[in-house]
Write a protein that binds this ligand. Structure first.
Ligand code: GTP
Length: 334
C-alpha cells in the first residue's frame, strides 16, 4: 500500500523554528517527526510514502539521501505552487501513479492509532474515504465531526458554540481513501480536503469515520510541539526515547529535568533546564535557566527564558530575562 504525507505547509505557528527547518523535519525526542510517521506507516504495511512537498523541498532531499526512511521507499512530489490539502493530495497521488486504496497523513500529527485497523474498518464499510477521529476536551476550537451509529459521517461543525453539537470528536488528520476521490480533486486546483472534498463525500453518503482514544497530538504549535517531545521521554506513551541525542554535551553541573537535548547541542555548567527542548546544534551558555522553552540558537550566560522559542538564528544576550518571547520575533520578519 502507498501513503501520501502532507508536508508542504509553511509551519507559521512554529516560527522561528520553521524559518530554517520545515516542521516535519523538526525532531521529536531526537527523531524527526516524519520518521515517526513513516515508521508507523511501515508497521502497517506501507511500502512507499509519497511526500507532498511545496515550501522548502530541499531539506527533505538532504534528510533522506538514499530515498528511503525507516525501510519505506520515498517518492517526492513537489508542487509548483501551494495547492492546499486536497490540491496537494491530488497532485502527489497523480505524480506517484497511485491507483489503489491509499493512506493520507498530515505531517504534523503524532498518534498511536492502529493504521491496519483503520484500513480494515474502511474496507468493511465499503467507504470511499474513512477519517480517523480523536476526542478532545474542548471542541470549540476545532472542526467537530458528527457520525451516525454505523460509522458514517453525517455533519462537520466548525468551531461549535455551546449546545450546537453533542460530538466531541475531531478529524485527527489520518485518512484512508479510494483512488476515485482523485476525481473530486481537479488537477492543479487549490482546494481544501477538509472544507470542500469531505463535505461533498458526506453529501453522497460515502465518508466513514472511526474514533479511537489512542495517544494523539497535533504538533503544530509551540506548546504542543514541546508536549509531544516530553511525552516521549517521560513515560506518557508506551514508547520511551532517550532524552539526550548523540554528541550532545551536557556539563556535569547542569541540572536537566524532563527535557530533551538534541544532537550536537551544548548545555554549559550551572544551567537549569525544566520541561524544555534544546534542539540540535543549540548553545546554552553557563548559568542559564530554561523553563518550558524551545531553543535552536544561542542563549547567553545567566539568561532566563520561560515559555520562549529561540530560532536557529536567535541570539539571547547574557542575563536577558524573557517570558513568552520569540527570538528572532517572526512578527518583525518577512
Ligand atoms: P501553519 O502555517 O502553522 O498553520 O502550519 P501548516 O502550514 O503546516 O498548515 P496546517 O497545519 O493547516 O496543515 C496541515 C498539513 O497539511 C500539514 O502537514 C502541512 O504541511 C500540510 N499542508 C498545508 N497546506 C499545504 C499545501 O498547500 N501543500 C502541501 N503539500 N501541504 C500542505
Amino acid at each position: 500500500m502507498q501513503a501520501v504525507i502532507l508536508v508542504g505547509g509553511f509551519g507559521t505557528r512554529l516560527r522561528p523554528l520553521t524559518f530554517t527547518t520545515p516542521k516535519p523535519l523538526l525532531p521529536i525526542a531526537n527523531v524527526r517527526q516524519l520518521e515517526h510517521l513513516i515508521a508507523s506507516l511501515g508497521s502497517a504495511g506501507v511500502t512507499r510514502a509519497v511526500l507532498a512537498l511545496g515550501f522548502k523541498p530541499e531539506p527533505f532531499f538532504q534528510a533522506f539521501p538514499d530515498g528511503s526512511c525507516a525501510g519505506v521507499e520515498l517518492h517526492y512530489a513537489v508542487e509548483p505552487e501551494p495547492l492546499d490539502t486536497a490540491g496537494a493530495i491530488g497532485f502527489a497521488a497523480r505524480d506517484a501513479g497511485i491507483d489503489s486504496t491509499f493512506i493520507v497523513m498530515n505531517g504534523d500529527i503524532l498518534s498511536d492509532v492502529d493504521l491496519s485497523a483503520l484500513v480494515a474498518f474502511h474496507r468493511s464499510k465499503g467507504a470511499e474515504g474513512t477519517l480517523h477521529l480523536t476526542p478532545v476536551d474542548d471542541p470549540s476550537q476545532y472542526g467537530v465531526v458528527e457520525t451516525d451509529g454505523e460509522g458514517w459521517v453525517r455533519r462537520f461543525v466548525e468551531k461549535p458554540q455551546p449546545g450546537e453539537t453533542d460530538s466531541r470528536v475531531i478529524n485527527a488528520g489520518t485518512y484512508v481513501l479510494e483512488p476515485s476521490v482523485l476525481d473530486r480533486m481537479p488537477p492543479m486546483q487549490r482546494l481544501s480536503i477538509e472544507r470542500a472534498v469531505f463535505p461533498a463525500m458526506v453529501a453522497d453518503g460515502r465518508l466513514a469515520a472511526m474514533a479511537t482514544d489512542d495517544y494523539w497530538i497535533d504538533t503544530g504549535r509551540p506548546d504542543t510541539y514541546l508536549k509531544a517531545n516530553l511525552d516521549l521521554i517521560d513515560g506518557t506513551r508506551s514508547l520511551i526515547l532517550s532524552s539526550v541525542g548523540p554528541n550532545a554535551h551536557v556539563a556535569a553541573t547542569a541540572s536537566v529535568t524532563r527535557s530533551v537535548i538534541g544532537e550536537g547541542a551544548r548545555v554549559e555548567g550551572g544551567s537549569v533546564l525544566v520541561d524544555s527542548v534544546v534542539l540540535p546544534g543549540a548553545q546554552v551558555g553557563p548559568a542559564v535557566r530554561l523553563e518550558r522553552s524551545l531553543v535552536m540558537g544561542t542563549v547567553g550566560e545567566g539568561a532566563s527564558l520561560v515559555d520562549c522559542v529561540v530560532g536557529a538564528d536567535g541570539v539571547v544576550p547574557a542575563r536577558a530575562q524573557l517570558v513568552a518571547a520569540k527570538v528572532p520575533d517572526p512578527a518583525t520578519m518577512g
